[in-house]
Write a protein that binds this ligand. Structure first.
Ligand SMILES: [Mn+2]
Length: 253
């Protein structure tokens, strides 16, 4: 598939050499097996930053600051990053989960949050979800040329979750996750839903999250965040056949 795309589009410049090796057998591993059939832009995030196919996706970054009486939050994102992250939120388990989004979404993510943690984590987690959603909406812009839909199944030992996202322009969440206990360390599992509700309300995305099975609450939560990262990575990625096109028959998202 990727070979066909290379033949048709004939990109030149920095990655021309990379593309020209396609079909020459040099993309075989030592044991003669082909590497993954995924398109290059899944495997080589740097291809997203340097638009090899004429896509204008070179600056999908945003910084959003949101201050209320309950929380003061600044989120910076680079949707075409390499998975680097830095957090200062006062909620270690949430940071462990946000790191999964960055790593598996190949999004660079920096989040500073001061919240009313003396009450509980609720406002801070929800408002980080809101601010992250705002930053994604800003960085995605008019969504020209993106895949729009993405989904992923991610296991972690006995746990398996599926996340499906549509950057539809319409907020919505279907969340079917049961936890065997109410707390993961000091973290209330109810807040996972609050985080994603805040995200979809402001990223204007439709999100379906299902835990298919799992026994360990930490594993269950982690599969949800990892699958979310993988799903957004696919949905935000450039589709070379959709270059310059808003992926909707309505003409806007
Ligand atoms: Mn973990």
């Amino acid at each position: 598939m990727a070979g066909q795309a290379a033949d048709r589009l004939e990109p030149d410049g920095e990655y021309g050499d990379f593309y020209s090796r396609r079909g020459s057998g040099q993309n075989k591993s030592a044991d003669g097996l082909y590497f993954s059939p995924l398109p290059d832009y899944y495997l080589r995030p740097e291809l997203n930053r340097t638009p090899p196919l004429g896509l204008n996706m070179s600056d999908r970054t945003a910084t959003v600051t949101r201050n209320t009486l309950e929380t003061q939050i600044t989120v910076s994102v680079n949707l075409d990053g390499t998975g680097q992250s830095s957090f200062d939120t006062g909620i270690p388990f949430l940071e462990h989960m946000l790191e999964q989004i960055a790593r598996h979404g190949l999004v660079d993510l920096e989040i500073l949050a001061k919240g009313d943690l003396h009450i509980d984590d609720h406002h801070t987690v929800e408002d980080i979800g809101i601010t992250l959603g705002q930053a994604f909406a800003k960085a995605l812009g008019d969504k020209k040329g993106i895949q729009r839909y993405g989904h992923a199944y991610v296991p972690l030992d006995e746990a398996l979750s599926r996340v499906v996202i549509d950057f539809s322009g319409r907020p919505g969440i279907e969340y079917r996750v049961e936890y065997p206990r109410g707390m993961i360390g000091a973290f209330d599992v109810d807040l996972v839903h609050e985080f994603f509700q805040g995200f979809v309300n402001h990223a204007l995305a439709t999100l379906h999250i299902d835990n298919l099975h799992g026994k360990n609450a930490h594993h269950i939560a982690e599969t949800v965040f990892k699958a979310f990262g993988r799903a957004i990575r696919v949905a935000m990625t450039a589709d070379p056949r959709m270059a310059g096109v808003i992926p909707s028959t309505k003409g806007s998202l």
